[in-house]
Design a protein around this ligand. Structure first.
Ligand SMILES: *Cc1c(COP(=O)(O)O)cnc(C)c1O
Length: 350
């Protein structure tokens, strides 16, 4: 018997999530993880680390609730949005309950479901990267949780609000709908937070990793009605947020932090449009997908070749070669103006 033989069969079979950091690469310009190009200046204000932290730090919960236009009872804070994705599965899925997601989309829905040994159903997005509602309805029996990403990673697509509302009606009383709004600050009008009171089975996932420029903190949120939040409270680890993280997250959510975040978003959106226009004029680029987030999905004439040319120049992007329907596609994070200019220079030579 080897140690591997003792592992659960689903874990032996599991391909772990290929995070940008795990994939690595040798470069100086990092445009592969949708991180912000600048870091907010935050400073620790406490040193009482002999004590356990608050399980759900009030300063963070209250500030995020105010930012989201909700009450503290609607908010759970977790170790990144990724922990929220898994908590929903642990809370709602019996062994054998299926998880549904719509590729091409964020890879952690599949990895978390596989880690827990849950069956998965996939309903690909349509050719316009929208929800295929009839196919979802057909697949719904046996499904306990659906993960929907809006704006979608890696396509950048904004899903039609009418479709999201139709999905919520279709699933009421049957399944949990988790809408992942990791990139919502780049398209704030698209949030479903305003319809939360109508849908007790809706859970919205948020993060400080993208527009708030705090991926290193590992701080994310679930927004839902109090009954759903109370269930998640039962399954979350006793002290999910380290004290220093809570301290810094609370600062980032004060008025000045929100002002800086909105200014960063405005800069990124202007840079994204400038970059998209320039890309559309390049011979190596076949198509630039419209984006509601801080990245662009581009289709190249030869994706692997273009990806390699960027890598050779020290610019690390995210190949989508193995994602469903995305051969020859590359996802490029919108970084600083200098980083995008450097990227264009290389792409012009492709
Ligand atoms: C980045 C990302 C997350 C979560 O990130 P955390 O750093 O774990 O908060 C969740 N969903 C999507 C679609 C993402 O791109």
């Amino acid at each position: 018997m080897t140690i591997a033989d003792l592992a659960r069969a689903n874990i032996r079979a599991l391909s772990p999530y290929q995070s940008a950091r795990r994939l690595g690469g040798a470069g100086h310009t990092w445009l592969n993880a949708n991180e912000a190009p600048d870091a907010p200046a935050l400073h620790l204000s406490k040193s009482d680390y002999n004590r356990y932290p608050e399980p759900q730090p009030a300063a963070v919960i209250n500030a995020y609730a105010a930012y989201a236009g909700l009450t503290p009872e609607n908010v759970l804070v977790s170790r990144g949005g990724d922990e929220a994705i898994e908590l929903l599965l642990k809370t709602f899925c019996e062994p054998g309950d299926a998880v549904l997601h719509c590729p091409p989309t964020y890879g952690m829905y599949a990895v978390s479901a596989a880690t827990l040994g849950l069956p998965q159903k996939t309903v690909p997005l349509t050719a316009a990267w929208q929800l295929d509602l009839p196919a979802i309805e057909k697949a719904l029996p046996g499904v306990k949780i659906l993960y929907i990403c809006n704006p979608n990673n890696p396509t950048g697509t904004l899903l039609h609000r009418a479709d999201l509302l139709a999905l919520l009606e279709m699933t009421a009383g049957r399944a949990i709908v988790a809408v992942d709004e990791a990139y919502i600050e780049y398209s704030p009008a698209e949030s479903l937070v305003d319809v939360l009171p109508h849908y007790p089975h809706l859970a919205i996932i948020r993060t400080l990793s993208k527009a708030f420029a705090l991926a290193g903190l590992r701080c994310g949120f679930t927004l839902a009605n109090p009954e759903l939040i109370a269930l998640l409270q039962k399954t979350i680890a006793p002290y999910p947020l380290p004290g220093p993280v809570a301290d810094l997250a609370a600062q980032a959510l004060q008025a000045e932090g929100l002002r800086l975040m909105r200014a960063r978003v405005a800069t990124t959106l202007a840079e994204r449009e400038h970059f998209a226009t320039a890309l559309r004029a390049l011979p190596a680029v076949k198509h630039v997908e419209p984006s509601g987030a801080n990245f662009l999905l581009i289709r190249c004439h030869d994706g692997p070749r273009t990806f390699a040319a960027l890598s050779a120049a020290g610019i690390i992007t995210r190949s989508q070669q193995n994602a469903l329907g995305l051969a020859d596609h590359i996802r490029i994070t919108i970084g600083s103006a200098a980083e995008m200019a450097e990227t264009l220079t290389v792409l012009k030579q492709c």
